[in-house]
Design a protein. Structure first.
Length: 208
């Protein structure tokens, strides 16, 4: 009931209408991806701490970003910032393959264990810096980034398939926008979405 209320009141009521996204978020149990002390708040409309100064995103933001990605059943998706593993699980309910990279090793290993225990055989976890993407698996039909750089990493744009979409928060901590980049035959098309607040992207991007 809590999960149904989360989807109907927090996500669907605020404009997320993609049936596949709503179905996935009704299925994936968010409480399994948060620390025990945060589980009573699992279905509240807010981010929650997961350790190492990282968070699991607000459910509405997960739904919105997934819808903006426009995932299809045959798609191969790259996620930068595995975090708890929840976003990867939502995507794995919709698409063929999910490749996800986490820079904080303890978080990545923990997420990998949860996803394996839940029998997600179409999710592939890598520990490392996501700035350069996952070139040996490129091109991707979509890329989703769950930490905010001040400037979009060029390797991620390069690894998009034509018509592929990159969904990413961009900007400083107090001034971030969720942006969609679509690769076309003529180049990259940009679509701004809403103001957001994500943890900063770390690693190589900080030296750019």
């Amino acid at each position: 009931m809590q999960r149904e209320n989360m989807v109907s009141r927090q996500i669907e009521a605020r404009g997320v209408s993609n049936p596949a996204v709503l179905k996935a978020m009704r299925k994936v149990e968010r409480h399994l991806f948060v620390p025990p002390e945060e589980q009573p708040y699992s279905y509240d409309d807010r981010p929650l701490p997961i350790g190492k100064d990282q968070t699991i995103s607000q459910p509405y933001i997960v739904g919105l970003m997934t819808q903006l990605l426009d995932p299809k059943p045959h798609h191969k998706i790259l996620e930068i910032g595995t975090g708890s593993g929840y976003q990867a699980a939502v995507l794995a309910e919709i698409v063929d393959q999910v490749y996800t990279i986490e820079i904080v090793e303890s978080l990545g290993r923990h997420a990998e264990t949860i996803l394996r225990d839940l029998n997600y055989q179409n999710i592939h976890v890598r520990i490392g810096d996501g700035y350069r993407g996952w070139p040996e698996e490129a091109p991707f039909d979509g890329i989703i980034v769950t930490a905010a750089p001040e400037k979009v990493p060029q390797p991620l744009l390069d690894q998009l398939r034509e018509k592929g979409r990159l969904v990413i928060p961009v900007g400083g901590f107090a001034d971030q926008r969720l942006v969609v980049y679509v690769k076309t035959a003529e180049g990259i098309r940009q679509q701004d979405s809403i103001g957001v607040r994500f943890v900063p992207m770390t690693g190589e991007v900080m030296g750019k």
